[in-house]
Design a protein around this ligand. Sequence first.
Ligand code: HEM
Ligand SMILES: N[C@@H](CC(=O)c1ccccc1NC=O)C(=O)O
Length: 273
Amino acid sequence: MAALPDRQARAANASPPPRSFGEEGARLSYGDYLRLKDLLAQQAPQSGASDELLFITIHQVYELWFKLLLHELERIRDAMIEGALWRARHLFRRVHAVERVLVEQVQVLETMTPQDFLEFRSVLAPASGFQSVQFRELEFLSGAKDEAYLGRLRDADDAELARLRRRLAEPTLWDAYLTALSQRGLAVSDEEIMDSLLAVARDRGSYDDLWELAEDLLTHDETTAHWRMRHVQMVERQIGTKSGTGGSSGAPYLRGRTRMQFFPLLWELRAWL
Ligand code: HEM
Ligand SMILES: N[C@@H](CC(=O)c1ccccc1NC=O)C(=O)O
């Protein structure tokens, strides 16, 4: 291999310095690429209350993360069906990291006092988190399909309803995990599934990838439950025992939701080990 020219030799060559990577076309700027004009025009407080910008910003950030989570969880599901378990595991690391951010982010909204929330709470009604289509899509994709929530959406448009109906029809993460198990010769019928999960847990030498994937599913379940618990704590801090703008009992309804599990068999497995 030829030696690299030293600094003096390079200076003597006197050719112009190379342009930095990608500058040749010079078409995109930071703001164009990220569509910041559009993005930053989307925060439109309805009241004069100072904390409404915080409230809107937080919710929009959640919805952006939900969008990414849906994208990655779909890829995880498809990777499991294709038998590319390494890719599913790789993407689960990203999903878990984002989910931890979602939990951590609650504290930002908790810097708002209930008095300051009350300055604009009445303008929100009857809007509420019930109407988060992406949140419900995440639940459906994870395995908690409950058609009744379609009725709580109020003013969802046709495209949103179609998205939710598609999620109700398509395979869940759990369906995909069962496919991965059966591809390895393990039985997945209702009667046999627990024996198969036990076989995976007891023979890490043969099934370590399937075991670790089940652990990744469980972590997804657990971090989602953490979010639900942090959300209800925040709700109790903000509105106490008041009912919700979306028409539910508020904190009691949300407390009930914290018991939800996407993958109950993975939790039950612990008792059989
Ligand atoms: C001041 C802060 C918040 C309060 C007081 C609050 C209150 C509530 C209440 C009372 C409900 C039950 C529906 C109803 O009757 O209104 C609800 C549901 C929900 N909220 Fe919030 N929320 C807050 C912040 C957030 C944030 C930051 C998110 C993030 C996206 C969020 C997402 C949701 C979702 C997805 C639901 C549906 C939960 C389910 O059905 O399991 N909320 N919220
Ligand atoms: N349900 C809340 C209001 C609320 O938090 C909210 C209102 C409109 C859009 C998103 C919301 N966030 C989560 O429920 C309440 O009862 O105060």
